[in-house]
Structures are given as structure tokens and as C-alpha cells.
Design a protein around this ligand. Structure first.
Ligand code: IFM
Length: 443
């Protein structure tokens, strides 16, 4: 717990007019009402023994499906400009499923908040598989249906959330749905999601959308030492987490050596990259922490709740001397400045305006001063990147509500609002009040 003198006291720098302040959630993590939608890969995964640490499921979660009006009232009171939520593909595939998003979008708009839907946040309908190329085409069809229904009220769209995590955790390491442990054979799942992204951009534009982005997770990669073996391992990790997902989207090319590993002939991959590199109106960045990486150590490593196998060509090392969140993630606000200025330097004119689509931390308690200190530090770090010339247009806190934190179950609390998972009562935390003040001031 932070002490009082660790609490932010300095005035917050001013952000430009029109800067978008928001909060984020995702369907599977908050909606519940599992009986009113088809199953997703996450339902099947969660049913397996030992997959979710506290043995919980997302069947009820925050019961947002039934309590969305209460949650939108919390948004309105918070005073945010925008609300990022996700649309559940298995719900849209079920009778009456799209009606829910109709009601939600109406309610959000009536509260004076801009709805920002993400079209895929990991809850793939059961029976579909990102290892199959056809899933990308099916995604584009689903996107057209959603855009046709909500496009009269939704301006800003997000195609995918964090294809890197969905690939690495879900297909390579097996700790998220669908639970595959393919290591590098998971790469087709990455390519097909990226193709789905490009096809979705085209489908959204065909439906009249003019404000389309993606939410990719990124973080600086710090070599464990100046030793060439550590540097090489860190470069490899940077490729895996950052470049493999940013390069194709922003430049229409994979980093050297990666395209050859993707499914299809060189000509087919090149044709896919034309679609994947469809220019975006803005680029979403989810930032939590940097990663310190060294040469492999020939042993399994515990990292952020995940056991990394010994055969990986890198090892993740502790970042020393930093406070840790309850999840064990180091708190490094200046990593956000470094990331954004680094992206600007790496991608130059190809980087459209950036929106921070997620940033946040897991801490227990209602008097969550550690969360305030975390958010305060990161908002200032963001401002420093803007002063250094990076064009950043918005900042979304992850998350509005405590929710189902995937393989961690309900044990990790990221919300500005506490949820009692027995009574489902919502209670704003101290950080909610802090963010409300910031949003007012930032305007
Ligand atoms: O809860 C997740 C979210 O679904 C994706 N980004 C990271 C968050 C915290 O782990």
C-alpha cells in the first residue's frame, strides 16, 4: 500500500481539447448471462479442471447483461467521454443477441458517452478456430452484421483486442482458451487474426465507418544486460510481442524472417499483407509494463502468473526496485513514454494518431491509493510522450469494473468500481473519484 506522501499532489498537466478520456471492459469478463448466448472457446476452456486458478467461470461475472443500466449510470457519473466495451460474437450469433448491444449503445449514447465497441476480445464462438483461415472470412461477415446494426450510433470501432496475447497465451502456451501448447506452431493463429483485422477494416469502411483502429498490446523490452546473448533474446521478444503485430498492421510487412513462417505461399502471404496493412484512422495501444529479457536459462520461469517453458529462446527476468501490483507486474510509468516515442521513431509517418486503449493495474481494496498512484504516473508519462511530439488522442483505463480476469478468475481486481461477486453490488473505489476529477480537469 502506498503511503500518504506517495499520493499525487502535483497539478496534472493539461491535455488538449477533444482528448478522449474513457474506460474499457470486455464482454466475456463482465456480461454473464451465459445461457443467453452460444458457447465460446472460453466456456470450454474454463470447464477444464485447474485452468482458472480460483475454479470460477464467467457464467455470471458482473451480470452486466442484466445490470447494464446501472453500469452506464456509473459511466455517466464518472464523466468519461467514451466507453470501450466488446461485442460477444457468440451472443450476436444467438437469437436476440444483437438486441442487447442495441440497448447498450442506446443507453451509452443517452448518457452522453461515445460507445467504442471492440469486435473481438478473445471469446471466439466454440467450433471456430483461428488456426483455420476461414475464421477470418467468418469474422468479416459477423463484423458487417454488427456494423449494419450499430453503425448509425457508433463512430469509433476497434477490430481486435491483443491478438498477441490471444496467440501466445491461448495457442502457444496453453494458459488461455483454447488451451493449445503449440509454441511456434501457433503462428498461423496470429496470421489469421491479423487477416481478420484487415478484412474487418474493409467491412467496416464498406458499412460507412470512418474511425477504425485496433487494440494491440505493447511494451518496451529491456535486455537483462549488455551481453550480446541477452540483447539478442530481448530483440527476439520485441519481435514476438511488438513488431510481429505492429509491423504488418502499420507497414503491411512482417519483420524479416517472419513472413516465411506464416501459412500460405509467399504470394499468398503478400496478398494477405495488402489487406492487413489497410491504413487505420488510429492505432490503439494497451500498455501495462515493460519486460526485462535475457538469454534462455534452460529452466521454466514464472512470469505474471504464467509458467514459461524452458525451451523458449529467451527468459524473462525480474525488473528490480519497482513496486509490484497484486498481479506481480512492475510499475514503470516511464515505460509508456519510452514505448510511444519508440513507436514514433520506428514507424514515423506510418503511425496514425495513437489512443491508449488500456492501462491499469490489479489491487485489492476500496481505498486504492496504489491504483491512483499507478494511473497518475502513467497519465503524466503519456503527457510527456505528447510533449515529445507523439500524437496521442485518448486514454482508456482498464477497467470500469472488477471482472473475470481470465485464468486468474476473480482474484485480480482491475476496476475503478468494486464488484462484490456474491451480491453483485457495485461500489466506486477511491480511484473512481480520482479519475472523475482528472476527467473534469483534463477538459
Ligand atoms: O483483463 C485483461 C484484458 O482482457 C486484456 N488486456 C489486459 C487486461 C489485464 O490483464
Amino acid at each position: 500500500m502506498a503511503t500518504d506522501d506517495a499520493m499525487p499532489a502535483r497539478p496534472m498537466p493539461r491535455f488538449p481539447d477533444g482528448f478522449l478520456w474513457g474506460v474499457s471492459t470486455s464482454a466475456h469478463q463482465i456480461e454473464g448471462a451465459a445461457g443467453l448466448r452460444g458457447p465460446s472457446v472460453w466456456d470450454a476452456f474454463t470447464a477444464g479442471p485447474g485452468r482458472v486458478k480460483d475454479g470460477s467461470t464467467a457464467d455470471v461475472a458482473c451480470d452486466h447483461y442484466h445490470r447494464y443500466r446501472e453500469d452506464v449510470a456509473l459511466l455517466a457519473d464518472l464523466g468519461v467521454d467514451a466507453y470501450r466495451f466488446s461485442v460477444s460474437w457468440p451472443r450476436v450469433d444467438s437469437p436476440g443477441g444483437l438486441d442487447f448491444y442495441d440497448r447498450l449503445v442506446d443507453e451509452v449514447c443517452a448518457a452522453g458517452v461515445r460507445p467504442v465497441p471492440t469486435l473481438f476480445h478473445w471469446d471466439l464462438p466454440a467450433g471456430l478456430d483461428w488456426l483455420e483461415r476461414d475464421t477470418a472470412a467468418r469474422f468479416a461477415e459477423y463484423v458487417s452484421v454488427v456494423a449494419g446494426r450499430l453503425g448509425d450510433r457508433v463512430g469509433k470501432w476497434i477490430t481486435l483486442n491483443e491478438p498477441a496475447e490471444h496467440t501466445l497465451l491461448g495457442h502457444a502456451l496453453g494458459v488461455h482458451a483454447p488451451g493449445r501448447k503449440l509454441l511456434f506452431d501457433a503462428l498461423p493463429a496470429a496470421h489469421h487474426q491479423l487477416l481478420a483485422h484487415g478484412l474487418a477494416v474493409r467491412a467496416l469502411r464498406a458499412a460507412g465507418a470512418t474511425d477504425v483502429g485496433i487494440a494491440n498490446s505493447h511494451g518496451p523490452t529491456w535486455p537483462a544486460s549488455g551481453d550480446p546473448a541477452d540483447r539478442e533474446a530481448a530483440e527476439f521478444y520485441d519481435l514476438l510481442l511488438n513488431r510481429m503485430f505492429a509491423d504488418p498492421v502499420l507497414t503491411g510487412r512482417y519483420p524479416e524472417g517472419v513472413g516465411e513462417l506464416m501459412p500460405g505461399s509467399p504470394g499468398e502471404v503478400a496478398a494477405d499483407l495488402e489487406i492487413i496493412g489497410e491504413p487505420l484512422d488510429w492505432y490503439g495501444v494497451n500498455y501495462y509494463a515493460p519486460t526485462r529479457v535475457g538469454a534462455p536459462q534452460g529452466a521454466e520461469i514464472e512470469f505474471g502468473g504464467v509458467t514459461l517453458p524452458a525451451e523458449l529462446p529467451f527468459s524473462v527476468r525480474e525488473i528490480e526496485g519497482r513496486p509490484l501490483t497484486d498481479f506481480g507486474w512492475p510499475v514503470v510509468p516511464e515505460g509508456l513514454t519510452e514505448l510511444l516515442t519508440g513507436f514514433r521513431d520506428r514507424y514515423g509517418d506510418r503511425l496514425p494518431p495513437v489512443v491508449i486503449t488500456e492501462n491499469g493495474c490489479s489491487y485489492e481494496g476500496l481505498d486504492d491509493r496504489d491504483r491512483i498512484a499507478y494511473l497518475d504516473g502513467h497519465v503524466r508519462a503519456l503527457h510527456r510522450a505528447m510533449e515529445a511530439g507523439v500524437d496521442v488522442r485518448g486514454y482508456f483505463v482498464w477497467s470500469l469494473l472488477d471482472n473475470f480476469e481470465w485464468a486468474e478468475g476473480y482474484a485480480r481486481r482491475f476496476g475503478l468500481v468494486h464488484v462484490d461477486f456474491t451480491t453483485l453490488e457495485r461500489t466506486p473505489k477511491a480511484s473512481y473519484g480520482w479519475f472523475r476529477d482528472l476527467v473534469r480537469h483534463g477538459r
